[in-house]
Design a protein around this ligand. Structure first.
Ligand SMILES: *[C@@H]1O[C@H](CO)[C@@H](O)[C@H](O)[C@H]1NC(C)=O
Ligand SMILES: *[C@@H]1O[C@H](CO)[C@@H](O)[C@H](O)[C@H]1NC(C)=O
Ligand SMILES: *[C@@H]1O[C@H](CO)[C@@H](O)[C@H](O)[C@H]1NC(C)=O
Length: 976
C-alpha cells in the first residue's frame, strides 16, 4: 500500500538528520517544527486514505508526520512475527531451488525403502523416481510420470536398502581437513560473546572432508562455529555436494539471511537460523569461569531483549498509525544484536554445547529467564541423568539431545557419559540425535554412531531416525530432507546392507537428484547383514548405570577357576605353525550336541572341547559355573595399541594422567646428563581406569601403551592387562617393555623432520652414550622394534631408506613398524620388500593433516581399503582403535581411550571393507592380536593369548555380548 510519495522526500524532509536512510523525521527546535508543519500539509491526504482503507481507525484530524519510509518500517514490523518455515505452497513446488539444470531423472527400481514414516517403522519394497531435484514418486511409480520423460536413468537396486540421506546436526566441515593454519577459522578469539559472527564467512570449499563424509551417506550438515565462545555465532545448513559455482554460498540450504545476507529485509525469518552456544569448560579459554560465562550470556541476552522490547513498542505504535509519538525515534535495531533478538523471536534455533548437569541446569534457567527455546543440547553427556531439568526448559517440547554413542571421558564434563544414554533418553520420550562433531568423529562414520547406539539398546527405528528425520526436524528442515516422501529433496542413499549393520556402506549417494559417486566400488556383504542386527539385551546394565548415577562398578569381581561354556557355536584356536596369518586362527565348531558345543576352562586354560567325551565329567565337579553362550563364540581377546589406556583416566585432566615425557631433542632435565632418559610406560601405569575396564568388558584384554609425548620421542611401551586391579597382581604385566616408540610428523614441533631423522641416524649407527643411546642400540641390533607413528608416505619412505642404511652398517635386520600409516598404500610394495609392517589407525583413514591427505578411503570411493590393499601387497598389518585426530600427532593417543571398546567393531568393519577374500574372520582377529604382537615385538604365546566368550554372536558383529574373559596368564575366568 503506497502511503508516501518518495519523490517529495527532499521537499518535506529538509533536515539532514531527517534524511538518514531508514530513519524517522528527527530533529530539534525549529527544524523539527518546520518539518512537522510541512508534513501535515503534504501527508494528511495519504495518511487519511490509508487508515480509512485499512478500516482500522476512524478518521481524525491531527498533526502527525508519517515518515517517508513508513512502508518499509511497517513491512519490517510485520516481519518481526513471521515464523520460519516453508511457504504455504512449498509442497506444490515442481522443482527444487537447488536443482542443477541438466540433471537426469532417475528411477531406482526394486529397493527396500525405509522412509522414516510411522516413527521410523515403515519399510516397503518398491521404486523411487527422482526428477527436478525432488522425489517425485515412491512405491509404484505411475507410468504417466515416467512417460513424460524420455531421458530416465534406471538403477536396479535388487532389493538394496534405500534411506533418506544422513543429516548431521553438528559438523565442522569446511575448514579442518587437512588442518592448516590458514583454515583454522572455527572460533573467534575476540571474546566470549560473538553472536554476530557467521560461520559462512569461514566456510572453506577445499576441505577434503566433504567427499569423505558424503561417502558415508551424509547429505546435509549443520556447520557451526566451535565451542570456545559462550555465544559463538551463527551456523549454516548445507548440502555436501560440489556445485558448479564452487562457492560456499551455493552450498547453502535455506539460508537464514537469504543468499545475499547482509541486511534484514522482510524476507528474513522465512528460514531457520542457528545460534551456537557453549556452556561449561570450553568457553573458559577466555579466562571466564562458569559464573562469568553465564553472566556474559545473560548480559548479551539482556541487550537483545532491551532492543526487542523497544522494537515491539515501536511497532505497536507504527502498526496502529501512531506516528506522532514515534516522530523522535527511529526503528530500534542493532546489526550486532540482531541475531540474538531473532533467537528471542523464535526465528533462530539455539544449538548449545552443554555437557554437565550444572551446565544443563544453567542453560535451562537462561532459556526461561529470556524465554527462548533450546533446539538441542549438543554432547549432553549428563543429560540422561537429569531428565527433569531438560523438561523444565522453556517451550513446548524439551530440547533434543545430540550425542556421541561411546566417545566420552576425555574431560571431566564427559566422565559420566553412558553408552546407554541414547536409549535412556529415548525411553524418557526425548528426541535423540547422533552427531559427529566432524572431524572429532569423521561424519563418514555418523551412521555407525547410530548403529553403535542401537547395539547399546536404542531401538532400530529410533537409531535410524537419530541420523535422518529427527535431526532434520531439529534443524527445521523436515519439510524437505530427512524422510523419503514425495515432494522432498532427492537426497537418498542406497546401501549395500541394512544401514544399522556393521560396516554398512553406500552403493550410491544422491543429493538433489545427482549421483555423487562417479564410479562407486562395492564389496559383497554377508546375507545376514540385510536385516538389522539382533542386538543384546542390556536391561540389567542400563538399570545399574542409572542406579549408580552413571558410575556403575566395572571391576571384574567374579573370578572362577572352573567354567563350562555350553551351546558354543564357534571356538577360535590359534596355531603358530600356519603358513600365513589368515590361517593362524582356525575355527572349530565343537558340535558335541544339538545345543552346540561345550568348552571347559580350568584356571584359565581350555581343558576340554565337546568332541571329547571326557568333557561331561566336568559338569558334576564342585564349584563349577555353567554358562550358556546361546550360540555365541569363544575367540581371542583383542590387543589395543595406540591409546593412552593405563596412562590416563581423563585425557584432558593432568591430575589423572601420567603426563608427558621430555623430548631429548628439545631438552631433558639436567639430572640425566647429555645422554638423557627414556621413559618406560610401565612406570606410569594406573589400573582400573573406566576406559580400561569398559574396553576389557568389550573383549580388549591387553593394551600396549607408550608414554604420552609432545614431540619426537615417546619411550618404551608396555603390554598390560586391562582387567587387573593393580600392577603387582599375577598376570597384570604381560611385558614390561615391548618396543621403542617415536612420532614423526611435519609441523609438530620447531625441529624439522630431517633433524629428527639425523638424530635417529646418529643413534642407530654411532656409539651414543646415555639412556637414549642405549635403547636405540637395542633397536640397531634388532633386539627391540622401533615403532614410528607417521602418516606421510614421504616420511615412511625416508624411514625405509634409513632402515637399509642401518642394516648395511650393522648387518642385522632392523625391526621397523609404521603406525598410523595413513599414506602407506603409496609405498606398499616397498614396505613389503623391506619387511616393514604397519599398524593402521584409524582403520578407515581420514585426511586430518597434510601428512595424511592422500588417503585410500576404501569403498565406495576406492576398490581397495587401505588395510585390504596393504594385505594384498604382502605387508603385515595390525590395527588400533580410532582416535579423534591424527595418530602421528603426539598427544592424540589419549583421545582414543574411550573408543578402545569399539576395537572389535573396527576390526569387524575392516574385515568387511577389505572384502570377503582378503581376511576372513581368522585374518581379522589376527589384525588385533598376533599381527599386532609381532609388530610390537611381543611373543603371541600363552601369556598374551586370552580368550573372550560372547553370547549371541561374536566379537566382530553387533550381536555378540561379551560375557567372560578367559586368561591363562592370570589363571582365571572373569565372568561379567
Ligand atoms: C527385486 O530384488 C530381489 C532381491 O534381489 C529379487 O529377488 C527380485 O526378483 C527383484 N524383483 C524384481 C521385480 O526385479
Ligand atoms: C542477491 O543480490 C543480487 C544483486 O542485488 C540480486 O540480483 C539477486 O537476485 C539476489 N539474490 C537473492 C537470492 O536474493
Ligand atoms: C594361507 O595358507 C593356506 C595353506 O596353509 C592357503 O590355503 C591359503 O590360500 C593361504 N592364504 C593366503 C591369503 O595366502
Amino acid at each position: 500500500m503506497e502511503t508516501v510519495d518518495r519523490k517529495r522526500e527532499p521537499a518535506v524532509l529538509p533536515s539532514p538528520i531527517g534524511q538518514r536512510r531508514g530513519g524517522m523525521v528527527k530533529g530539534n527546535g525549529g527544524n523539527f517544527r518546520r518539518s512537522t508543519f510541512l508534513g501535515v500539509l503534504v501527508f494528511l491526504a495519504t495518511y487519511t486514505a490509508f487508515y480509512l482503507s485499512s478500516g482500522l481507525f476512524e478518521l481524525e484530524t491531527r498533526s502527525v508526520s508519517v515518515p517517508f519510509d513508513a512502508e518499509s518500517i511497517l513491512a519490517k514490523c510485520r516481519s518481526l512475527h513471521i515464523k520460519p518455515g516453508p511457504a504455504a505452497n512449498f509442497h506444490s513446488r515442481s522443482q527444487s531451488d537447488r536443482f542443477q539444470p541438466g540433471t537426469e531423472a532417475l528411477l531406482i527400481r526394486n529397493a527396500t525403502i525405509w522412509t522414516g514414516e510411522r516413527n521410523g517403522k515403515e519399510v516397503f519394497h518398491g521404486d523411487a523416481f527422482l526428477d527436478s531435484g525432488l522425489i517425485k514418486a515412491i512405491g509404484n511409480v505411475p507410468r504417466e510420470i515416467l512417460a513424460a520423460r524420455d531421458d530416465i536413468l534406471v538403477v536396479e537396486a535388487d532389493g538394496a536398502w534405500l534411506t533418506p540421506g544422513i543429516v548431521d546436526v553438528h559438523s565442522h566441515l569446511g575448514g579442518s581437513s587437512p588442518n592448516l593454519r590458514g583454515s583454522d577459522d572455527g572460533n573467534s578469539w575476540k571474546g566470549p560473546i560473538t553472536p554476530w559472527l557467521r560461520i559462512l564467512d569461514a566456510l572453506n570449499t577445499h576441505d577434503l572432508g566433504y567427499e569423505n563424509s558424503m561417502s558415508g551417506g551424509v547429505t546435509t550438515s549443520l556447520i557451526i562455529p566451535g565451542s570456545l565462545n559462550a555465544i559463538g555465532g551463527q551456523g549454516l545448513a548445507m548440502k555436501l555436494r560440489p556445485t558448479k559455482e564452487r562457492s560456499p554460498t551455493s552450498m547453502l540450504l535455506e539460508p537464514y539471511l537469504g543468499f545475499n545476507g547482509t541486511d534484514y529485509s522482510g524476507e528474513v525469518g522465512r528460514h531457520w537460523g542457528h545460534m551456537k552456544h557453549a556452556c561449561g569448560e570450553n568457553p573458559k579459554s577466555y579466562g571466564d569461569t562458569r559464573m562469568d560465562s553465564v553472566w556474559l550470556t545473560r548480559q548479551a541476552y539482556d541487550s537483545a531483549r532491551t532492543i526487542k522490547v523497544a522494537q515491539d513498542d515501536y511497532c505497536e505504535k507504527a502498526l496502529s498509525g501512531d506516528w506522532g509519538s514515534l516522530r523522535t525515534q527511529k526503528f530500534p535495531e542493532s546489526l550486532q544484536w540482531q541475531s540474538l533478538i531473532d533467537v528471542l523471536r523464535g526465528k533462530i534455533k539455539v544449538q548449545t554445547h552443554c555437557y554437565e548437569a550444572v551446565d544443563l541446569d544453567n542453560f535451562v534457567r537462561l532459556s526461561n529467564e529470556f524465554q527462548f527455546e533450546v533446539a538441542a543440547f549438543h554432547h549432553a553427556h549428563e543429560a540422561w541423568l537429569v531428565p527433569d531439568v531438560l523438561k523444565r526448559a522453556y517451550g513446548k517440547k524439551p530440547p533434543a539431545l545430540a550425542m556421541f554413542s561411546t566417545f566420552a571421558r576425555y574431560k571431566r564434563e564427559a566422565y559420566l557419559h553412558s553408552e546407554f544414554a541414547p536409549r535412556v533418553l529415548a525411553d524418557g520420550g526425548f528426541d535423540v540425535v547422533m552427531k559427529s562433531d566432524h572431524s572429532a568423529i569423521p561424519s563418514r562414520n555418523l551412521l555407525a554412531e547410530a548403529a553403535i547406539a542401537h547395539y547399546w539398546g536404542l531401538a532400530d527405528n529410533l537409531a535410524l531416525l537419530s541420523v535422518t528425520g529427527t535431526p532434520a526436524r531439529i534443524l527445521g528442515l523436515d519439510h524437505r530432507v530427512g524422510f523419503i516422501r514425495e515432494g522432498y529433496d532427492a537426497d537418498i542413499v542406497l546401501w549395500d546392507s541394512h544401514p544399522l549393520s556393521l560396516g554398512a556402506t553406500p552403493l550410491q549417494v544422491i543429493i538433489d537428484g545427482i549421483p555423487q559417486i562417479a564410479d562407486p566400488h562395492t564389496v559383497p556383504k554377508p546375507i545376514a547383514h540385510q536385516r538389522p542386527p539382533s542386538t543384546p539385551n542390556w536391561d540389567r546394565e542400563t538399570a545399574d548405570a542409572l542406579k549408580y548415577n552413571g558410575l556403575p562398578p566395572l571391576e571384574p569381581t567374579n573370578h572362577r577357576n572352573l567354567v563350562v561354556f555350553t551351546n558354543v557355536s564357534s571356538f577360535w584356536s590359534y596355531s603358530s605353525a600356519a603358513e600365513n596369518f589368515t590361517d593362524q586362527f582356525a575355527e572349530h565348531i565343537p558340535a558335541g550336541s544339538e545345543q552346540g558345543g561345550t568348552v571347559v576352562v580350568q584356571d584359565g586354560d581350555v581343558v576340554c572341547l565337546a568332541r571329547d567325551p571326557s568333557c561331561n565329567e566336568h559338569f558334576a565337579r564342585p564349584g563349577v559355573e555353567i554358562i550358556n553362550l546361546k550360540g555365541g563364540a569363544i575367540q581371542p581377546g583383542l590387543i589395543a595399541y595406540g591409546t593412552g589406556l593405563g596412562l590416563t583416566e581423563i585425557s584432558m585432566e593432568a591430575s589423572t594422567s601420567d603426563g608427558f615425557v621430555n623430548d631429548p631433542l628439545e631438552g631433558q632435565p639436567s639430572l640425566f646428563g647429555a645422554g638423557g632418559y627414556v621413559a618406560k610406560a610401565v612406570d606410569g601405569l594406573q589400573f582400573g581406569t573406566r576406559d580400561a575396564l569398559l574396553a576389557y568388558r568389550a573383549g580388549v584384554t591387553v593394551s600396549v601403551s607408550s608414554p604420552s609425548h609432545q614431540s619426537w620421542l615417546s619411550g618404551l611401551s608396555t603390554a598390560f592387562s586391562l582387567g587387573s586391579a593393580h600392577k603387582l597382581e599375577r598376570g597384570a604385566i604381560v611385558n614390561d617393555i615391548a618396543a621403542v616408540h617415536i612420532s614423526l610428523s611435519h609441523g609438530d614441533s620447531t625441529l624439522s623432520v630431517s633433524t629428527k631423522i639425523a638424530a635417529m641416524r646418529r643413534l642407530l649407527t654411532k656409539e651414543v652414550g646415555g639412556e637414549v643411546g642405549e635403547w636405540f642400540k637395542k633397536v640397531a641390533n634388532g633386539t627391540l622394534p622401533l615403532v614410528v607413528n607417521v602418516g606421510s608416505a614421504d616420511i615412511i619412505a625416508t624411514l625405509v631408506s634409513l632402515k637399509r642404511e642401518v642394516e648395511a652398517k650393522a648387518g642385522v635386520a632392523l625391526r621397523l613398524t609404521i603406525a598410523g600409516a595413513t599414506e602407506a598404500h603409496l609405498i606398499a610394495d616397498e614396505l613389503a620388500k623391506a619387511n616393514v609392517g604397519v599398524i593402521v589407525t584409524p582403520t578407515r583413514p581420514y585426511p586430518y593433516t597434510w601428512d595424511e591427505r592422500r588417503t585410500l578411503p576404501g569403498p565406495p570411493l576406492s576398490a581397495d581399503s587401505l588395510i585390504g590393499y596393504l594385505i594384498k601387497s604382502g605387508v603385515t598389518v595390525g590395527v588400533g582403535p580410532h582416535g579423534v585426530m591424527a595418530v602421528g600427532h603426539p598427544g592424540a593417543q589419549e583421545m582414543a581411550n574411550s573408543r578402545a571398546r569399539n576395537l572389535r567393531f573396527d576390526v569387524g568393519e575392516a574385515m568387511l571393507d577389505a572384502g570377503p577374500d582378503a581376511l576372513g574372520k581368522g585374518g581379522a582377529f589376527a589384525l588385533a592380536t598376533v599381527n599386532l604382537a609381532k609388530l610390537l615385538g611381543l611373543e603371541y604365546d600363552r601369556g598374551l593369548h586370552d580368550l573372550v566368550a560372547t553370547v549371541g554372536g561374536d566379537l566382530l558383529d553387533y550381536e555378540g555380548k561379551v560375557i567372560a574373559v578367559i586368561s591363562p596368564r592370570r589363571e582365571t575366568v572373569d565372568v561379567f
